[in-house]
Design a protein around this ligand. Sequence first.
Ligand code: DX5
Ligand code: ZN
Length: 225
Amino acid sequence: MYDKRIEIAPSILSASFASVLNALRDAEEAGAEYLHLDVMDGVFVPQITFGSKFIKDIRPYSDLLFDAHLMIVNPENHIDDFIDAGCNMITIHQESTVHLHRVLSHIKERGIRCGISIVPSTPVSAITPLLDMVDLVLVMTVNPGWAGQKLIPGCINKIVELKELRESEDYDYAISVDGGVNLSTIQDVVAAGADIAVAGSAFYNESDKLSFMQKMQELAMESFK
Ligand code: DX5
Ligand code: ZN
C-alpha cells in the first residue's frame, strides 16, 4: 500500500457515458475517494454535458464522494436539484453569478461542502472575500470546457498564493487543481500546494488505473513539501 499524499479525483467527463457504471467502478477500484462531475450548460462554457438527473441516477451505484463542478450560469437556480441528487460537494465559478456569497451560504446551509472556482484569467484576489467560508478552492489550470487540454503553467502561482493565504489567515479550505493534470504535471501542482488533483483524460485513458494512481502518488511524494 502506498502513502497517500494527494487526493486524485477522476473526472467522469473523460469516461464513456455508455458504460458509466464501469467508470464508477474503475474509480473506486483504483482507490479514489472523490468523483469529479463536470456539469456544463453550453452557455458558461461551449459544451453541454449532463445535469442533476444524471447524477441522481448514478448515485445509488457508488459510494464515492460526488464533487460537482458547476460550469453553468446562474447556478443559484439549480443548487437544490444537485443537492437532492446526492452531491457531497458543489463548486461554483466566481465568474458565473453576482451573488456568490448567497449561493455558497445556501450550499452550506443545506449541509454539504461548498467550493469556489476561478478560470485562468481570474486572479485569487477576486475571491478573497469568500475564502473564510469555502471548503474548497478549485484552481482551473485550463480554460474550462473540455477534457484533454494542456495545463497552463502560469496558473500554478495561484496554488502557491492560496496555500500562503491559508497559512497566514488560518483558513481551512482544500486546494483542488483541475485541467491537464497527469504524470508529467502532478509534481508541479503538488509542489505548489495542491491537496486534490482532478484527473480526467489521464485517468480514463489509462488501461491500468490502479498503477496510474500509484505512480501519481509516488511522484507526489517526491515533490511534497
Ligand atoms: C474541464 C473540466 C475538467 C476536465 C479535466 O473544463 O473542468 O474537470 O474533466 O480533464 P483533463 O484532466 O483531461 O484536463
Ligand atoms: Zn472540472
